[in-house]
Ligand binder design. Structure first.
Ligand SMILES: *Cc1c(COP(=O)(O)O)cnc(C)c1O
Length: 401
């Protein structure tokens, strides 16, 4: 029962990691990249870089084809109707900021934006700042005892003044799938736009965005085995039409004169300046790589590892899980031990986990905790990683207690 990952060898980082990091259990912060992604990134630059959408020369045409090909792969991955629904950004964070600026004109003073108590800062602060700019009310949907957005309370709180709902699909702290279908149905019934933060959700399982029926969906490539510096904003055509342009410059403009300009629709209208061409192409390779795997085998491997992780954690005295996670990660505290001391001692033993507030300070405060440790898995994680982590945790706790 050592649960080896059949895909481990596809990720060169594991051969490169030395004694200082033999155990990488921080994939929810960023994932390692398969060789296919590195090859695509290097292949684009080594083959001759060129800007997209403007040159008639051969390298420019090649770059444009590959870049737009990557957009089509993202659209197919999400089962979007059309590649024009996929806007490339710098990351989930930029996608959410784009939305908070691009939708600003729709709000009048006194209206509401609803978020939940478990949001990552990236899906809280852009809305909080928009609310401050426009004199809006930020509704914070409370959690139930399990750590999920409380549907009864949401039903009561979301009303006709609520113009937008922005919630996570999968919590990066609690590891629980949120009741999205019900929340999205509620938003629709109240006439509110919906934004789903898929930064964690997109990594675990495939989601059909036509079935999910949200207006906007965002995630980052780097957590889905792709390069950093690239994010995705998916929008329904009717929702994208309501977005105002937010960054201005080359590429996004149709007609410009000194005193006025006309802008392109999505996606190019929201991709001002030179995009992350190499990163987009490499992300296309990441999706090709994932397409080539047996999705059910990946899910089964992750589920078996996750069960092992939870069972192992439960064997430690005084260790408390923040919630019962559904998948991929576990956050916990140990009685009488500071999370930063513990993660330091784990790091010294070559075990990389995450400690602190996980970009969700209000949630940790609500839980009454200064911070917590988080162990998170990728498809390349394996049983031996967990065994080394448990041994290191045992050793660290023996020193600290
Ligand atoms: C990581 C994360 C983000 C932000 O992603 P970036 O890649 O840092 O822009 C937003 N929401 C959740 C739930 C995340 O886990």
């Amino acid at each position: 029962m050592s649960l080896p990952s059949p895909w481990r060898a596809d990720f060169p980082a594991f051969a490169a990691f030395g004694r200082d990091c033999q155990t990488y259990l921080d994939s929810a912060a960023t994932a390692q990249k398969p060789q296919a992604v590195l090859d695509a990134l290097l292949g684009y630059y080594a083959g001759g870089a060129a800007n997209v959408h403007r040159a008639q020369h051969a390298p420019g045409e090649r770059a444009t084809l590959a870049f737009e090909g990557a957009r089509a792969k993202v659209a197919a991955w999400l089962n979007a109707d059309s590649a024009s629904q996929i806007v490339f950004t710098r990351g989930a964070t930029e996608s959410l900021n784009l939305l908070a600026y691009g939708l600003e004109h729709l709000f009048a003073a006194g209206e509401q934006i609803a978020v939940s108590a478990l949001e990552h800062h990236a899906n809280l602060l852009p809305w909080q700042q928009l609310a401050q700019r426009r004199g809006l009310e930020l509704l914070v949907l409370p959690l139930d005892a399990a750590g999920d957005i409380d549907l009864e309370q949401a039903e009561r709180l979301i009303g006709p003044r609520t113009r937008l709902l922005a919630v996570s699909q999968l919590s990066n702290v609690l590891g629980r799938w949120q009741p999205l279908e019900a929340l999205l149905a509620l938003a629709r019934a109240r006439g509110a736009l919906s934004v789903v933060d898929g930064a964690q959700g997109a990594v675990h399982g495939r989601h059909d965005l036509q079935a999910l029926a949200c207006d906007f969906y965002v995630f980052s490539a780097h957590k889905l085995y792709g390069p950093d510096g690239l994010g995705v904003l998916y929008g329904r055509p009717r929702a994208l039409e309501r977005l105002r342009h937010w960054q201005f410059g080359g590429e996004m403009v149709q007609q410009a004169d000194y005193h006025e300009a006309h802008f392109r629709p999505a996606p190019l209208g929201f991709e001002a300046g030179t995009p992350a061409i190499g990163a987009a192409i490499a992300f296309g390779a990441a999706l090709d790589y994932l397409e080539g795997l047996d999705g059910e085998a990946v899910a089964a491997h992750e589920a078996a590892l996750h069960a092992r992780l939870l069972a192992g954690l439960r064997a430690f005295d005084g260790l408390r899980l923040l919630a019962e996670p559904h998948t991929a990660l576990a956050s916990f505290v140990v009685e009488g031990v500071h999370n930063a001391d513990l993660s330091q001692l784990l790091a010294e033993q070559g075990v990389a986990v995450r400690a602190g507030q996980h970009c969700a300070m209000p949630l940790l405060r609500r839980l009454g905790l200064p911070g917590a440790l988080r162990v998170s898995l990728g498809l390349y994680s394996e049983g031996d990683d967990l065994e080394r982590f448990f041994a290191a945790l045992h050793h660290a706790l023996a020193l600290l207690r």
